[in-house]
Design a protein around this ligand. Sequence first.
Ligand code: HEM
Length: 224
Amino acid sequence: MSASPAIIRRIVTQRQMKPKRLHPWPVRVMHWANAVAMITMIGSGWGIYDDSVIFHFVYFPKSIVIGSWAAESLLWHLAAMWLLVVNGAAYLVYGFATGRFRERLLPIRVRDIVATVRDTLHLKIAHEDLTVYNAVQKVLYIVAIGAGVSQVVSGIAIWKPIQFSGLISLLGGFQGARLVHFAGMSILVGFLLVHVALALLVPQTLWAMLTGGPHLTRRAGGHR
Ligand code: HEM
């Protein structure tokens, strides 16, 4: 027995009307894969750095680096790099192609940033509507995504300085590229500390990034 066209039409319409989740499954999978890759990159990067430091007063204790010596740290770093690059590229394509970046990260208005900073200073970090990122969150996410891209570009320059000698010159030489790479790491570590602290302070957001979160209404996801 086959379904009548009317039933098929109803099923199709119902599917089309089914509201999206705040964090659809591809975003959740890519977010957590990125977290694993980033944390491995940071820990192993510290191990490589310790072998030939840029700042003589900055060393990372053995207890927090990944890899028991520089060569082992480098193996971890290059292994996690593939996950970071493939997953990061998929996230960027998904974000632009589905309009997620435009919907969730734009627009950013200066007066919204000022209002959010003022609220935060008054310890008002209410996050009752999970479907809208506040202006500061939007800026921080864009900075983190940009820092991730910059890490890959400066990392390639350091990894293959002969093949990418043009890139090395653009970054001010080999030490310049290392400095850019170190600065990107510092921004990402700073972001991660604030990001994880906020996720723990507002655990509904953490739960939403694990399970998908609320269903979105048509106009959700835009403005503060
Ligand atoms: C283990 C560490 C991490 C935890 C616990 C965590 C937690 C979360 C949570 C709860 C959200 C949703 C925020 C909300 O809905 O208000 C989120 C979003 C996000 N996180 Fe993380 N995160 C982690 C690591 C990272 C790392 C390493 C990065 C990148 C460097 C990152 C970048 C982002 C971005 C860009 C978003 C927005 C995603 C989107 O809406 O498309 N996170 N994270």
